[in-house]
Each structure stands twice: as structure tokens, then as C-alpha cells.
Design a protein around this ligand. Structure first.
Ligand SMILES: *Cc1c(COP(=O)(O)O)cnc(C)c1O
Length: 425
């Protein structure tokens, strides 16, 4: 078989199974094309994408303006490394720092790299600005966190599947319960060598856990009291997904006046990835003000691809689309509609316990024990009805479509979801 020949689903899956490391368990569907809220499989079947590559494709698949920026830039310059300046990086850094309200941006590629970068910046700040004794800095993290897959990051995960047999683990992390301010205050009071608090504004991978309305603002206040950096991992929640430009919304230029009553928080360090490129190219970033970011000096940190002109052009285009198409507002409105419609069904449902989320980052919890395979079977049935979603943990299904969806499409999806769920009662 020639490598570029058209292949069937069975052939494509067999190739991955035979020649690829088995580090994922994909839903059996083989995709070949995407446009807006839709993807098509190799047989031409069309689906609503309700995962959006874990909230990377907020702007919709193959957005023409982002693809145009990619192809234009690809024809003039793609990679210089940071050994030299390029004419796109500075433009992007100015654009993105204005956009999110920070002094400086440090460009990386993947979310995990950006999290690693934030941890390094935080530790260096702890020694050089806060004055913590060398190698004693601690960073507080939350139980059931997901921040990526590097050795350091999985060291403070408590998912046994992600951790087991990857030790020895990295020291310097204190784990506390999520959405628990008392636990945070205790950890801060008991450990004078704490440098930072790393938190997801909504725990996406854990199952779309939304904290109490005042959690982030109060946590930030505690961090200020103890001179500790508040580090927001908005790789999944950021860039319009939750109906705000950022889930923390700190100093953002979000045009959505109704931020659902949740106080705004300005993180000391902001971590972005995923939708920063609209899903066409890996682009991540760490943003902070000068008092923090200036601890990073030449040679302290780097990445061959980080800040390349292709990534810069793509990220500018991807961020412009968010504003031009008012995707923050759309996510806010459609999210409310989605939960309202699903709740009508849930009132009398025998199988769904609840729906939760913000904007278009939502999940339903299936009324079954943690490790039942009902959620997986529901996702197979949804696929057969033309909608792709995936369980997060056990009995939880995440629903996160591209933010370019229309109201009519959303209602069509609700009807597919409700019909499918009813068949499982
Ligand atoms: C996806 C994700 C990451 C990791 O991003 P990668 O690009 O997969 O390395 C980190 N944090 C959060 C909250 C994420 O959702």
C-alpha cells in the first residue's frame, strides 16, 4: 500500500495499532477533513466535533483566516531559531501582551512546555526576588490536576495511570484539595518556602469541575498576603472557551459585560496553549509582568521552535478571529442555552445526574459507578448519530464544540444528545 493512497477506516486503525505506540485509546472513527464545527471520516460521514481537540479548535476546524496566515508565512520564513531575530516574533509579543494585559510573553510550543516554563520562572523568582533559600522553593498544586505529561508535571499528578512506573519523581510540590480555601491558607501558613500556587480555573481533564464563584479571587488574595505567585493554567479554559476571554478574566479586554458575576482575577503568571493557534500548529505561551519575567536572562531557558515566525503569524490570526467573530460572547450565550436545554431533560432523566460547566466547556455525569463503561458506550452511540465526544474520567462525558457554532446547530446537537441518552435509559 502506498503511503498516500486513500485508506479505509479499518486500514488506518490497523496501521496505528501496529506501528504506533499505544499511548491513547481513541474512539473508533478515522477523520480526514474538518471545517468549522464539522469533521468528516474517510467514508464521507459528517460529524459535529464536540471535543475540539481538547479545546484547541475554538475557532473551528481549518479556519480560513488562520490557514491563510499559516500558508502565507510558510512561503516566506518558518524557522530561524532564537539565535537570530525574526520580523514576526516582536509583533506577536506586542499583540498578545496588549491583548491579555501583561508586560511580557515567553513563547513555547506545547501546553506542557509552557507549564514547565511557568514553574521555572516561579522558582527563579522565588530565589532571586522573594529570597527563598536555594533549592527549597515549594509550589502548591491541586488534587486531580492536569497540567501535561512531562516528568516534573506527572510528579504532582495523582492519576495513577499517568504516574505509575515513571519515577523517581520531582520534588518541591505540595498537593491540596481543589476549591478549598482553608486547605490553601493552611498550606501557605505552614510552609514559608512556598513560591507559587498553580491552578486550573476549571479542572477540565478531571471532569470539568467548576470551583465556587469566589474561589479564584480569594485564592489570589491569599497568594498576595503570603507573597506567592498565582499561576493560572488556562491552556484549556483560556481564549473564549468558558464564555470569557480567560476563565480568570484578569485585566482582559473581553467585551462580554456580563461575566456571570464571577470576580475577575489577574494571575501573576498566565499559561496559554491549545486555542492560541486555533489548532493549526502547536503554539503555547507564558505571560507575566516585568517584575517576574525579568528573572529570565539569556541562556536560562529556550526552545528551538518557540517563537518561530510561523507560530507568531498563526497566533496573531487565531487571536484576531476570537475578537472579530465575537466567539467569547457566542460561547457565553450558547453555553447557557446548552445547559438550560440539557437540564430540561435531566429533570426526568434516569441516566444523567447533572450537567456542569461554563460557556462551551461542559460535562455530563452519568448516573453509574465510576468505572462503568456506559459513558464510552454512549460516546459510540453519539458517533453513530453524527456527534463526536469522549469520556474524561470514567462516567463523565465532556462537551466542548468549536465556538463558531450557531444556535441552530447547537439545538440540533442537543436533540442528538438527548435522543442518544434516552436510548440508554
Ligand atoms: C492540554 C493541557 C495541558 C497540556 O498541553 P499539551 O499541549 O498537551 O502539552 C496543560 N494544562 C491543561 C489545563 C491542559 O488542558
Amino acid at each position: 500500500m502506498a503511503v498516500l493512497e486513500h485508506i479505509t477506516s479499518q486500514e488506518a486503525m490497523a496501521l496505528e495499532n501496529k506501528y504506533g505506540a499505544q499511548n491513547y485509546h481513541p474512539l473508533p472513527v478515522v477523520l480526514r477533513k474538518g471545517e468549522g464545527v464539522y469533521v468528516w471520516d474517510v467514508d464521507g460521514n459528517k460529524y459535529y466535533d464536540f471535543l475540539s481537540a481538547y479545546s484547541s479548535v475554538n475557532q473551528g476546524h481549518c479556519h480560513p483566516k488562520i490557514v491563510q496566515a499559516l500558508t502565507n508565512q510558510a512561503q516566506s520564513l518558518t524557522l530561524t531559531s532564537r539565535a537570530f531575530y525574526n520580523d514576526m516574533l516582536g509583533k506577536y509579543e506586542k499583540f498578545a501582551t496588549d491583548y491579555f494585559g501583561f508586560d511580557k510573553l515567553l513563547p513555547m510550543n506545547t501546553g506542557a512546555e509552557a507549564v514547565e516554563t511557568a514553574l521555572k520562572v516561579c522558582r527563579k523568582w522565588a530565589y532571586e526576588v522573594k529570597g527563598i533559600e536555594t533549592n527549597k522553593a515549594q509550589i502548591i498544586v491541586c488534587e486531580n490536576n492536569f497540567h501535561g505529561r512531562t516528568t516534573t508535571i506527572i510528579s504532582f499528578s495523582n492519576d495513577p495511570v499517568a504516574r505509575k512506573n515513571f519515577g523517581p519523581y520531582t520534588d518541591g510540590f505540595i498537593k491540596i484539595e481543589y476549591d478549598n480555601l482553608i486547605a490553601l491558607e493552611d498550606a501557605l501558613a505552614q510552609n514559608p518556602s512556598v513560591a507559587g500556587f498553580l491552578v486550573e480555573p476549571i479542572q477540565g481533564e478531571a471532569g470539568v469541575y467548576v470551583p465556587s464563584d469566589d474561589y479564584l479571587a480569594k485564592a489570589k488574595e491569599l497568594c498576595e498576603t503570603y507573597n506567592v505567585l498565582f499561576i493560572a493554567d488556562e491552556v484549556q479554559t483560556g481564549i473564549a472557551r468558558t464564555g470569557r476571554l480567560l476563565a480568570t478574566c484578569g485585566n482582559c479586554t473581553c467585551e462580554n459585560k456580563d461575566c456571570s458575576g464571577i470576580p475577575e482575577v489577574k494571575p501573576d503568571i498566565l499559561i496559554l496553549g491549545k486555542a492560541l493557534s486555533g489548532g493549526v500548529y502547536p503554539v503555547s505561551a507564558v505571560l507575566a509582568n516585568n517584575d517576574i519575567m525579568n528573572v529570565i536572562r539569556p541562556g536560562n531557558h529556550g526552545s528551538t521552535f518557540g517563537g518561530n515566525p510561523l507560530a507568531a503569524a498563526v497566533a496573531i490570526a487565531a487571536l484576531k478571529v476570537i475578537k472579530d467573530e465575537k466567539l467569547t460572547e457566542n460561547a457565553y450565550n450558547l453555553g447557557n442555552l446548552f445547559r438550560q436545554e440539557l437540564n430540561k431533560y435531566i429533570k426526568t432523566s434516569k441516566i444523567v445526574k447533572l450537567v456542569r460547566g461554563k460557556g462551551l466547556l461542559n460535562a455530563i455525569v452519568i448516573n453509574d459507578h465510576e468505572d462503568s463503561d456506559t459513558a464510552w458506550k454512549i460516546c459510540l452511540a453519539l458517533r453513530d448519530k453524527g456527534l463526536l465526544a469522549k469520556p474524561t474520567h470514567g462516567n463523565i462525558i465532556r462537551f466542548a464544540p468549536p465556538l463558531v457554532m450557531t444556535e441552530e446547530q447547537l439545538l440540533d446537537c442537543v436533540s442528538i444528545i438527548v435522543k442518544t441518552l434516552k436510548a440508554f435509559e
